[in-house]
Design a protein around this ligand. Structure first.
Ligand code: C5P
Length: 397
């Protein structure tokens, strides 16, 4: 249901605009309040009279009302809405959204929107497949907008059938799923460590590992989508945070990560320790670049780093939950169980480097989750985004 949800429905100039009438009806049937905003081209495809009759509200299309010159406030719309849905969204409107070309009321409302935005593209295949459109859709996603498209099933690898607007009922379901998901972790505070650490040798060199941070960032996004407040303590990675409820704290070394984790963990409900923390750092840091010694080998003495997971395990209070990761190459199960116990974790997520598609850098992972009661659950190879959902379903919900 969408009871009481306030939805701004933006309609642009696509032939699929006629479906906006069904969409209005379906949203209202689910209990939503709908305010339509239409572009000049949209009006060529569906009349404002139809839309206002369905929504019991005047359609907003101009900056000023034609009757009495009243100013339509896009800022008010942005504050009023619980969600904005742009369906159908043409390639042109998508391009304007990406570039902030606010030459009509719909784009202006989009730029003022404080609520999550959903976009249902509608265009022919050639326009959809054009690199400009694909680039713009990627940009929209990187701004945190949600793209709603028909699932193409076995056609997923080709573009066939793409560009067609998703059916109104499925769009409504996507909104319902979004709001339901948004409440799952709404009162939780979660701290997540992610990425590698850099352990400095001299001003130009460091010791590190191949961790990309993708798993930790996927977990942070999923927790935030479920309504949690997330603190993401990240080592150096090439990734951006999307969701506004994620507070990112950048660190470089294990010691910095350790200090940040100790500072923030006490006020949180859950800690997810996904970072590949260096176990050792050089004992001495050289202020000057170390010089090559012709023909001679050098010895770099290493000293242990603090174990963040174990430290948090020690200060964990009743009601707090700790989830660790184990990346193993041999005797996987045994090592994972040992870490679970030693570090006082509640769950450990095991990935083995022996499984193809699992572990560092890639976009997929294959995991097994172990808990303190001896339960062991194996999951199939999936994308890191899907793995993030599995981990949260299994350990937090
Ligand atoms: O002992 P190992 O490094 O394999 O343990 C892995 C788990 O411990 C991961 O959850 C990792 O994030 C965490 N860890 C940590 N601090 C360290 C080393 C590992 O938090 N110094």
């Amino acid at each position: 249901m969408l009871t009481g949800k306030k939805i701004v429905l933006g309609i642009t100039g696509s032939i699929a605009a006629y479906k906006a009438a069904y969409l209005c009806r379906a949203l209202i049937k689910k209990g939503a309040e709908v305010q339509t905003v239409i572009t000049p081209a949209g009006k060529e495809f569906i009349t404002p009279v139809t839309l206002s009759a369905l929504t019991h509200k005047p359609v907003v299309s101009d900056f000023f009302s034609a009757n009495d010159g009243t100013w339509h406030s896009h800022v008010d719309l942005g504050l009023w809405a619980d969600a904005m849905l742009i369906a159908p969204a043409t390639a042109s409107s998508i391009g304007k959204m990406v570039n902030g070309i606010a030459d009509n009321m719909l784009i202006t409302a989009y730029l003022s929107m404080k609520a999550p935005v959903f976009v249902a593209p509608a265009m022919d295949l050639d326009m959809y497949a054009h690199p400009s459109t694909q680039h713009n859709l990627d940009r929209l996603k990187s701004f945190g907008n949600h793209i709603i498209e028909p699932a193409t099933g076995y056609l997923a690898s080709s573009l066939e059938g793409k560009g067609r607007m998703e059916e109104p009922d499925a769009i409504v379901r996507a909104l319902e799923d979004f709001f339901a998901r948004n409440e799952q972790l709404s009162k939780k505070k979660i701290i997540i460590t992610a990425g590698p650490t850099y352990e400095k040798i001299d001003p130009v060199r460091y010791i590190s590992n191949y961790s990309s941070g993708k798993m930790g960032f996927a977990l942070a996004e999923e927790c935030a989508l479920r309504g949690a407040e997330v603190i993401l303590i990240s080592g150096p990675v090439q990734l951006d945070v999307i969701h506004p409820n994620i507070r990112r704290i950048n660190v470089e070394s294990a010691e910095e990560m350790y200090r940040a984790a100790l500072k923030y963990f006490p006020a949180t409900d859950v800690g997810i320790l996904c970072a590949a923390v260096a176990d050792y750092r050089p004992l001495l840091y050289s202020e000057n670049k170390l010089k090559r010694k012709n023909g001679e080998s050098v010895v770099l003495e290493l000293t242990p780093n603090p174990d963040i997971a174990a430290a948090l395990g020690t200060i964990k209070k009743p009601g707090q939950r700790l989830i660790g990761f184990a990346l193993e190459t041999d005797n996987e199960r045994m090592h994972a169980e040992e870490k679970l116990r030693k570090k006082n974790l509640d769950f450990i997520v095991l990935n083995s480097l022996n499984d193809t598609g699992a572990g560092f850098r890639g976009d997929t992972n294959k995991i097994t989750i172990l808990d303190t009661h001896g339960n062991v659950k194996e999951f199939p190879l999936r994308t890191k985004k899907e793995v993030a959902k599995d981990i949260i379903d299994e350990t937090i919900n």
